[in-house]
Ligand binder design. Sequence first.
Ligand code: ATP
Ligand code: FE2
Length: 330
Amino acid sequence: MVNKYILGIETTAHTFGIGIVKDGKVLANVKDSYTTEKGGIIPSEAAKHHEKVAGELYKKALETAGINENEIDAIALSNAPGLAPCLLAGLRFTKQLAGKLHLPVVPVNHCIAHLEIGRLTGAKDPVLLYASGANTQIIAYASGKYRVFGETLDLGIGNFIDTFARYAGLGFPGGPKIMELARGGKYIDIGYSIKGMDVAFSGILTKLRQMLESGTYKLEDLSYSLQETAFAMLVEAAERALAHTGKRELLLGGGVACNKRLQEMCRIMCEERGAKMFCPENQFLVDNAGMIGYLGEIMFDKNIFEKNIEKLDINPRERTDDVKVLWKSE
Ligand code: ATP
Ligand code: FE2
């Protein structure tokens, strides 16, 4: 199927995004994120934010792609997983638009979209290290499904880093600031927590907080040690997943994958085991609707969509392996 315009909509958490995709090319990828001083999310407030910015961003996306709304052939909505109020804001916007323009809707799983967008970088069958604010998972395709091989048992890596940064008075988001501070730091032992392919960060966070409050350590050293430790855990888990699945490609996804040190550590691990690392550009690492439209197009091409928009619903707790992957041929 060529020459179809797919409109992607992303509203699962902080970010409201609209993407426009045609023939595997992302023609527009605009977004606006709800943020607070503290960085915590109040889902109902985020949903209000999404409703407020939706109309403007929709117009902006059409302008960027240089198309008229009547040229859209289908809508792809990320309806799972995520925060219910945020997902509902996306669902309402989608139903309205699909009703007005008489369009089919493709329901897209957010986590799987992070993986599929990796095709843009040339990855064909990768292990995904998905490292974002709320999520930390290692996902790969096996026996007809995308499966979670490992994940965090408590905090997401981004929330872990951002929380430490907040304790240190660095504001939100802390990830980029910690990355800069870490450049001048030295290593201190702060513990290490991995079981199989699962990781945990809350114990390390407590330790870091105590060290920070003791006033005897430099913030540069704590930042460096945080990154070296947390990223080594992720790299170790990812390496195990590569070994376990026999795959030879590692793909990065999620906002924390913007971190240069994490990218470097992943690259070194891959080189050492003869695997290849793929890292999409930052606009496709963070939450975005380009990836939703991109996977939406692949699914629509295989006739996977909902014709009756009344049946369309959200699925806040959908698990990655709940999704029937009908668009992939083995
Ligand atoms: P999800 O719903 O997928 O969990 P999210 O809204 O929590 O998404 P993303 O938009 O994928 O998250 O990423 C946000 C996170 O990325 C924040 O924790 C932020 O600190 C982190 N981040 C962004 N840039 C960098 C960077 N250069 N280094 C480290 N972390 C970064
Ligand atoms: Fe995400």
